[in-house]
Design a protein around this ligand. Structure first.
Ligand code: C5P
Length: 228
């Protein structure tokens, strides 16, 4: 039945993508990674002269985004994927350059408004798992199921390090940890749609749990509380 929304929010590198994509596969829902949308916009800004020496030219960026949209597309493996301006973006969005600016881009009111509308449109008449920071609080406050993921910083740093190595992007552990701390702070302290747990979200601490354990906890919670 379309219209079911599962929100997966939480801090960076707590396992949101793994859980959200596993849930989407299990329930045959769409999967939307809203963090990837902020990364794509950051990449677009960097490549279109909208970020110069760490300064973001907000109005220029928003003007350039006019008429550009996110949409669903079938990728070359036959999976439903997110596209922007007709193109699919992948692991290159997780480079240090993008991670370094993304939270500053995500603070901007016009960018959040733009992506809020895009996220709403992508979910129209769909059953969908959406991961991010403000999904259960701001974008889909009426989501049927809400999860909030937390984990210890050293475990998150190690996981992020591994993910980066797997994608052949190299940079040191200290730099990764600093980036996670900086992003968490910017995301939690910003005025608009800060990262916080929704009142009715189910919290999972993923520090000492395997991916399968986290998935099983979430699945049990959904199956015993809701009809999907
Ligand atoms: O999820 P990921 O770590 O890829 O997200 C990158 C950044 O995008 C976050 O650090 C945050 O600044 C921003 N973001 C956001 N709201 C969301 C999802 C991501 O502000 N719903």
């Amino acid at each position: 039945m379309p219209g079911n929304i599962i929100a997966v929010d939480g801090f960076s590198s707590t396992g949101k993508s793994t859980l959200a994509s596993k849930l989407a596969k299990h329930y045959n829902f769409y999967y939307l990674n809203s963090g990837l949308m902020y990364r794509i916009i950051s990449y677009f800004a960097l490549n279109n002269g909208c970020i110069i020496k760490d300064k973001i030219k907000e109005s220029q960026l928003i003007n350039k985004l006019d008429n550009l949209n996110f949409d669903w597309m079938i990728d070359n493996k036959g999976n439903r994927s997110l596209s922007f301006d007709g193109k699919i973006f992948g692991e290159e969005m997780y480079s240090f350059e993008i991670s370094d600016v993304v939270s500053s881009v995500a603070k901007l009111e016009s960018v959040r408004k733009f992506l809020f509308t895009q996220q709403k449109n992508l979910a129209i008449e769909k059953s969908i798992v959406v991961e991010g920071r403000d999904i259960g609080t701001v974008v889909f406050p009426d989501a049927k199921v809400k999860f909030f993921l937390i984990a210890d910083l050293d475990i998150r740093t190690t996981r992020r390090n591994k993910q980066i190595e797997e994608n052949n992007i190299s940079f040191d552990k200290k730099k990764i940890e600093d980036n996670l701390i900086k992003r968490d702070r910017t995301d939690s302290e910003r005025k608009i749609a800060p990262l916080k747990k929704a009142k009715n979200a189910f919290e999972i601490d993923t520090s000492k749990k395997s991916q399968l354990e986290v998935f099983n906890i979430a699945r049990k919670f959904i199956d015993s509380n809701f009809e999907t």
